[in-house]
Write a protein that binds this ligand. Structure first.
Ligand code: SME
Length: 173
């Protein structure tokens, strides 16, 4: 007999494995930076349950510029050091926020959001941008989510790096 928590984890892992597979399939044929980010935002929003926002901010001159996303209108730009996104860049590490109302400096975009995870995306050890996911649930993002989402950002970064090399004239940042 498995517990409810174990069952949730098994379902999450199955969804994340499908998401990884879908992202890898996309990257086999898609070599345009903007299109990769746009379709990855769509895939993440489709495969990750109970989220109300999923998208990218790209780092340019100490500012995070809003990139492709799925969800409500979002704040733009965000300074490094501001909000969860800017603090993630400063820390060069994932930030998981169980209750955004208790996070000092949190920048609210969709007022329905109660928890958030922001993962840095590295290309050649430099921060390219962040992947941001919001949820209406409190404490939505567990260590399982964090592990898989970090893995997904590594895969996306590889695809973006290749796209930049193949099509340097259409780079976003
Ligand atoms: N909450 C973020 C801002 C981006 S939105 O969630 C889409 C932050 O505090 O940086």
């Amino acid at each position: 007999m498995i517990t409810v928590e174990e069952e949730i984890d098994i379902n999450k892992k199955t969804s994340y494995l499908s998401l990884i597979n879908a992202v890898e399939n996309l990257l086999e044929t898609e070599h345009n930076e903007l299109s990769i980010l746009a379709n990855c935002a769509a895939l993440i929003k489709t495969f990750v349950k109970n989220i109300n926002w999923a998208g990218f901010y790209l780092l340019k001159n100490e500012l995070l510029i809003l990139g492709p996303f799925q969800g409500k209108l979002a704040c733009n730009p965000i300074r490094v050091g501001s909000g969860v996104c800017g603090k993630c860049v400063e820390a060069r590490a994932t930030i998981v926020v169980g209750n955004v109302h208790e996070f000092e400096g949190h920048i609210p975009c969709d007022e329905a959001t109660n928890s958030e995870i922001v993962i840095p995306i590295f290309i050649d050890d430099e921060i390219y941008g962040v992947l941001d996911l919001d949820s209406k649930m409190f404490n939505r993002f567990s260590t399982v989510d964090r592990r898989f989402l970090e893995q997904i950002t590594v895969i996306i970064a590889r695809g973006v790096k290749m796209a930049k090399e193949k099509n340097p004239d259409v780079c976003l940042v």
